[in-house]
Design a protein around this ligand. Structure first.
Ligand code: NAD
Length: 261
């Protein structure tokens, strides 16, 4: 085995990976030698360009495949289209914030479909191939909200708790088969989307960047530091390593202490 590129010869699908955490996970897996499949629901030239850049930068095969993770058939099609995978990272996700009695039904359905049901469909499609090879890694990107709640995020909290439950059930169904199933539970991660909210928050609260990050955005994250997409990628690579062969059916919090409160 190439110790510097331990995932050489493995193929990874990362759903929702044209930005943010998914892209960070793709880059970390590619750096470790895995061939990667990027995905989102768009089909922009920039999506394909990102895949080309990753392929060239890390010397792996990298392609972008459009598939809408709100559609169960499309989730299964994605896995079949790329010929299965050794590593499946269920990462696609959206958020909407509203009181439960005002929560738009369409938003509830979309959040449950994209954040939870997509993981069910992609897992079901990927497992037979993993079983045939006797090796597989399923990594579900849940959230601190998979373990704890916040008001006005009923759909997101329900979906992420569901992801943690799905993780445990599938881990039991695959135990001893060379396949592990785990959930990463990030706290607040500095993604481009979060970065873009900082100027508005500074204006709203009349605070400088550091203060608004520490006192407002990271009020629930005891470290008062964002987690990073690189740290999410590193955690995914660890879960794919042989050191993690017996880690299955569990959650790894990368949340600066949020869930210890
Ligand atoms: P992001 O918006 O940058 O990434 C979401 C990804 O999902 C994008 O690539 C987007 O294209 C994709 N996506 C959305 N709808 C889709 C659909 N219908 N079909 C296919 N792809 C779709 O946000 P992110 O912060 O990187 O979030 C990634 C995951 O991490 C999500 O599951 C999110 O819930 C979770 N998470 C994020 C944070 C955070 O602080 N950023 C914290 C905890 C958990």
């Amino acid at each position: 085995m190439d110790l510097l590129r331990p995932l050489s010869g493995r193929t990874a699908i990362v759903t929702g990976s044209n930005s943010g955490i998914g892209l960070g996970v793709v880059e970390a897996l590619a750096k470790s030698g895995a061939n990667v499949v990027l995905n989102s629901f768009t089909d922009e030239e920039s999506d394909h360009a990102t895949a080309r850049r990753i392929g060239e930068e890390f010397g792996v095969s990298a392609r972008y495949v459009r598939a809408d993770m709100s559609d169960g058939e499309a989730c299964r099609w994605l896995v079949a289209e790329v010929g299965g995978c050794d590593i499946l990272v269920n990462n696609a996700g959206i958020q909407h914030v509203a009181p439960v009695d005002e929560f738009p039904v369409a938003k509830w359905n979309a959040i449950l479909a994209i954040n939870l049901s997509s993981a069910f469909h992609a897992t079901a499609a990927a497992l037979p191939g993993m079983r045939m090879k006797g090796w597989g890694r399923i990594i579900n990107v849940a959230s601190a909200h998979g373990l704890t709640a916040s008001p006005y995020k009923s759909a997101y909290v329900a979906a992420k708790h569901g992801v943690v439950g799905l993780t445990k059930a599938v881990a039991l169904e695959t135990a001893g088969q060379g396949i592990t199933v785990n959930a990463i539970c990030p706290g607040y991660v500095l993604t481009p989307l979060v970065e873009a909210q900082i100027p508005d928050q500074m204006k709203t609260h009349g605070m400088d960047r550091d203060t608004v990050i520490r006192e407002v955005m990271l009020a629930r994250q005891p470290s008062r530091q964002f987690a990073t997409v690189d740290q999410m990628g590193g955690t995914a690579v660890f879960l794919c390593s042989s050191a993690a062969d017996q880690i299955t059916g569990t959650t790894i919090s990368v949340d600066g202490g949020w869930t210890a409160l």
